[in-house]
Design a protein around this ligand. Structure first.
Ligand code: ADP
Ligand code: ADP
Length: 222
């Protein structure tokens, strides 16, 4: 599902990723751990097409998701590919403040022109799974932090992406909501064979994933 080799990233003289290789199979739930500054977020952003590696031709960098290399895609092709294949969950929810929870969650389906009725049904079932069904018509500032975060998770999942990239998804959740979210990831994997890549400081979460990639100083050391 994810096949990347020789990823480099530098900011000026600071070499943040030093030739990283990642192979992740369809349906794997993989965590990325390591101390702050190791390059975890940068790697996730690059794998998720939100950032570009440094000097890809010079280093012969290859990155393919679901069998498609995206290094040479145009911006337009890339946004379409991203909207249909990739879901993102960040530590801070990044919901649009003027939209209700439901409107936020439906946004990706409207961008891809999906059937409205099916999208609504999917949205309702996600709101149920995430214990936020009572918040459908609330705006982000009318919800608790945990509810807004779970709304953002619903938005990441609504288009049934093949791959979900999550950067500290439980960072703002209490332990009950963190465990529920974790369980949901595994349920979705079991049900739909979705692939999850999760940067986390939550050792309990990391230890129960299929594989744990440990990063240090811009490399995967284990
Ligand atoms: P982690 O997620 O493991 O904490 P990051 O990928 O966020 O690590 O950061 C790795 C290194 O890259 C850090 O030293 C960080 O300060 C640096 N870095 C990240 N983004 C930028 C940026 N936009 N400009 C300059 N340095 C950056
Ligand atoms: P969480 O762990 O879900 O972030 P909180 O302790 O922040 O929970 O909130 C508990 C409950 O209080 C929430 O489920 C929500 O119903 C309500 N709540 C919290 N903050 C707000 C807010 N800013 N506006 C409306 N309701 C809120």
């Amino acid at each position: 599902m994810i096949k990347a080799s020789n990823i480099h990233k530098s900011y000026g003289n600071l070499e943040v990723l030093k030739g990283v290789d990642v192979h992740i199979l369809e349906g794997e739930v993989v965590s990325i751990v390591g101390e702050s500054g190791a390059g975890k977020s940068t790697l996730l952003q690059i794998l998720g097409t939100l950032d570009t590696p440094t000097n890809p031709s010079g280093f012969n960098t290859q990155i393919a998701l679901a069998g498609k290399s995206f290094i040479e895609m145009t911006d337009r092709q890339l946004s379409k590919f991203r909207n249909e294949n990739i879901g993102f969950v960040f530590q801070f929810h990044q919901l649009l403040p003027e939209f209700t929870a439901l409107e936020n969650v439906l946004l990706p389906t409207r961008i891809s022109g999906k059937n409205e009725k099916e999208s609504l049904e999917k949205a309702y079932s996600l709101f149920e799974d995430l214990n936020i069904a009572h918040r459908l018509h609330h705006k982000p500032n009318e919800m608790s932090g945990g509810e807004a975060q779970r709304t953002a998770v619903a938005r990441a999942l609504i288009n049934s992406p093949k791959i979900i990239f999550a950067d500290e998804p439980t960072g703002n959740l209490d332990s009950k909501n963190a465990d529920d979210l974790h369980q949901l990831f595994f349920d979705l994997r079991d049900k739909y064979n979705q692939t999850f890549v999760i940067v986390t400081h939550n050792t309990h979460l990391a230890d129960t994933t299929d594989r744990k990639l440990v990063m240090k100083d811009g490399q995967i050391i284990y």
